[in-house]
Design a protein around this ligand. Structure first.
Ligand code: ATP
Length: 359
């Protein structure tokens, strides 16, 4: 286990024309599972490469525990001395090597006896439940076993830090679920510090205790995934971490108005963005008597689609082209008028990039 301290780290490319990381500060605790969430080009890979020692920060310092490992353009501890295991997008194995040889691969460059290598490979193979297939070639392994071999290879050097770079993006949906569960289970068993970067909030929710949201090289919010989901600092963060309706409204004495919808929030700006997650929207033909839900107005069903047991329903306020969507377990015909309710304490109000306040 290791504690990672990132202090004022920036990384520029092309003589400063590209700012890939912009003054990033974060401490990742011993044994923590930390996720970096960000859109394409946000700087996720750059961050990972700096932690791994494959790249150096242009300015700022990186510590592993109390040890300074990189500082202001200088590499002080090279990757091979950082006790890191890595899993990349592909989980790729060498096709001509057996599972044993694949797992042993990172050890072959070290001056280690054959006996010691065997002992280490068998140990990690037992943890991952693949000791009975160690002499199989990758093509003779199931997809799940292949993942376990790739993970074993990342763990065989007994790393203090496990780095996962978009590790699930190339797997199909079923494999993705099992790989996420596997990573989480193995991490908690070994207690290794874990850093995952991904653009997919589902990876973060499945694995991370804390998430840092990276946008244009800046760490704009850090918190528990559910905190960031509930209280995002901007509409951009809100939409990176989950689905959200985004409506631009006019501020009046009665609240924020969008066509026939009225959101009961009080704000001093002229125009604001209202954010509301689909699960915080409910459609009804009849009046709902429940204090948690507030009626925003009448809407008309525009589109309805079926998606994994639920109907995705898009509604427009009367006399407006705006849209709001939600999921429902029963269909409503398009063109029908419905009452639109939202969860009162889940209405998010944004002014360009900052939350003002919510009621
Ligand atoms: P993706 O999810 O698409 O992989 P990312 O969040 O990992 O994106 P990075 O690959 O870290 O983003 O890139 C951050 C920014 O830095 C981008 O604008 C990218 O074009 C730029 N960049 C990264 N590496 C280099 C490099 N070696 N030379 C010049 N620019 C670079």
């Amino acid at each position: 286990m290791v504690k990672i301290i990132v202090k004022n780290i920036s990384k520029v490319f092309k003589k400063g024309k590209v700012i890939a990381l912009d003054n990033v500060n974060i401490t990742i605790e011993n044994g923590e599972r930390f996720g970096i969430l960000g859109p394409s080009g946000a700087g996720k890979t750059t961050f990972m490469r700096i932690i791994a020692g494959l790249d150096v920060p242009s300015t700022g310092e990186l510590y592993f525990d109390d040890k300074l490992v990189a500082s202001n353009g200088k590499l002080l501890v090279p990757p091979e001395d950082r006790k890191i295991g890595m899993v990349f997008q592909t989980w790729a194995l060498y096709p001509n090597l057996t599972a044993f040889e694949n797992i042993a691969f990172p050890l072959t460059n070290m001056k280690m006896s054959k006996e010691e290598i065997r002992k280490r490979v068998e140990e990690v193979a037992k943890i991952l439940d693949i000791h009975h297939v160690l002499n199989h070639l990758p093509r003779e392994l199931s997809g799940g076993q292949q993942q376990r071999v790739a993970l074993a290879r990342a763990l065989v050097k007994d790393p203090s830090l496990l780095l996962l770079d978009e590790p699930f993006s190339n797997l199909d949906a079923r494999m993705r679920d099992s790989a996420r569960a596997l990573v989480k289970e193995v991490q908690s068993r070994l207690g290794v510090t874990l850093l995952i970067v991904s653009h997919d909030p589902a990876d973060i929710f499945a694995i991370a205790d804390r998430v840092g949201v990276l946008v244009k090289g800046k760490l704009v919010q850090v918190g528990k995934p559910e905190e960031v989901y509930d209280n995002p600092v901007s509409i951009q963060v809100a939409s990176l971490i989950g689905e959200i309706n985004e409506l631009e409204g006019k501020v009046t004495n009665e609240g924020v108005v969008i066509g026939s919808f009225r959101f009961p929030v009080s704000i001093s700006n002229d125009k604001v963005l209202i954010g509301i997650r689909p699960e915080d929207v409910k459609l009804s033909k009849d009046v709902i008597r429940d204090d948690a839900w507030t009626l925003v107005g009448k809407g008309r069903v525009k589109v309805i689609g079926y998606q994994g047991g639920l109907f995705r329903i898009t509604i427009t306020p009367l006399n407006s082209d705006d849209e709001i969507f939600t999921y429902s377990d029963h269909p409503i015909h398009s063109g029908e008028e419905v009452l639109v309710y939202v969860k009162k304490d889940k209405i998010k109000v944004f002014e360009k990039i900052k939350i003002l306040f919510k009621k």
